[in-house]
Design a binder for this molecule. Structure first.
Ligand code: AHM
Ligand code: MG
Length: 337
């Protein structure tokens, strides 16, 4: 079959064998994410209709409570993933603690834990700007059949078996990796199917876009300030431009296609930055590395950081390899001054 006509469902089945644990469970798990993505996409697309269908907190015409979209997305992803006997635990940006699934059933064989940011960048919804879902999948490390523990979630990013995102943008795309490159699928809303539109996605080695919230500039560490200045300096062939949507998924997606760097550094306001290691930075780092890019906290590889808390934050620099390495160079230089 021509690759360009391949649906996500067909792609998942066709590539199942390349995954080292070939029982089909991971494929079914990604299929459930695909399903939830379609449902959430439908709801996100109605976000502008609040005057007609009611705002969050209202009761709609069917007597149902209108939920905030991030709460809705959280519920849908959790429900969809819980129904199949694959996942033993879920951690979400929307939940204080992790959720243990089938913990009373000693015979359950569920092997996977999922960490998810169900609707990232949700402050952008009210103004019709893209938002996204980010997911990260691991195999549990505690014995199958026992309740999951925090240790199943606090694994280094380099142990991820799959990760991806959905961007609800001008078109809706699901982009994921199982460690064999990165593939992107675009939703055809008329048919309700995702089609392989971006096979084997790669960050250009270099780029011209830098994405950072420059409103925080005076609070940034010296190395980041110097790197931003370097990007702004007109010198020879350094035609950098700034693009910042304020939705990690969309900024990352654009930079992967065009070449660029995304930065959310620590600042004098946020000692550890803003983004969460487990369900924002690690999955994006896995995707970046699988697409020939790089992800760092300014000094070391994001995926080698040992997590200590479910919701911990970390400074995040991610994108085209040469750009991330340049930023790291500035960080090291400032540190040794
Ligand atoms: P959220 O999880 O509360 O939505 O925050 C994460 C988002 C990222 O998508 C985005 O890159 C960043 O926060 C923007 O933050 P800021 O508004 O501080 O620039
Ligand atoms: Mg988030």
């Amino acid at each position: 079959m021509s690759k360009s006509k391949q649906t996500l469902g067909e792609f998942i089945i066709e590539n199942q064998a390349s995954f080292k644990y070939t029982s089909g469970e991971l494929s079914r798990l990604i299929n459930s994410i695909r399903l939830a993505a379609k449902v959430v996409n439908h709801e996100v697309n109605k976000a502008g209709l609040v005057d007609i269908i009611g705002a969050a907190g209202d009761t709609n015409i069917q007597g149902e409570d209108q939920q905030k979209l991030d709460v809705y997305a959280n519920t849908k992803f959790i429900q969809t993933m819980t129904k199949r006997n694959i996942v033993c635990g879920i951690a979400s940006e929307e939940e204080d603690d992790f959720i243990s699934i089938n913990s009373q059933d000693e015979n359950h064989q569920n092997k996977y834990v999922v960490l998810i940011d169900p609707l990232d960048g949700s402050s952008n919804i009210d103004v019709n700007v893209s938002v996204g879902t980010i997911f990260s999948i691991y195999r549990r490390i505690t014995p199958v059949g026992t309740p999951v523990t925090i240790d199943d979630f606090l694994q280094q990013g380099n142990r991820q078996v799959a990760a991806g995102y959905i961007v609800y943008g001008t078109s809706t795309m699901l982009v994921y990796t199982t460690g064999h490159g990165v593939n992107g699928f675009t939703l055809n809303p008329a048919i309700g199917s995702f089609y392989l539109s971006h096979p084997d996605m790669q960050f250009p080695e270099d780029g011209t876009i830098y994405s950072v919230n420059e409103g925080n500039y005076i609070h940034f560490p010296k190395g980041i300030k110097n790197y931003i200045k370097y990007c702004q300096m007109e010198e020879g062939d350094r035609p950098y431009t700034s693009r910042y949507i304020g939705s990690l998924v969309s900024d990352f997606h654009r930079n992967m296609i065009k070449g660029g760097i995304y930065m959310y550094p620590k600042s004098s306001k946020n000692e550890k930055g803003k983004l969460r290691l487990l369900y924002e930075c690690n999955p994006m780092a896995f995707l970046a590395e699988q697409a020939n890019g790089k992800a760092s906290d300014g000094f070391k590889r994001i995926m080698d950081i040992q997590p200590t808390e479910l919701h911990e934050r970390v400074p995040f620099i991610c994108g085209s390899k040469n750009m991330v390495e340049k930023a790291e160079e500035f960080m090291r230089a400032a540190e040794s001054e």
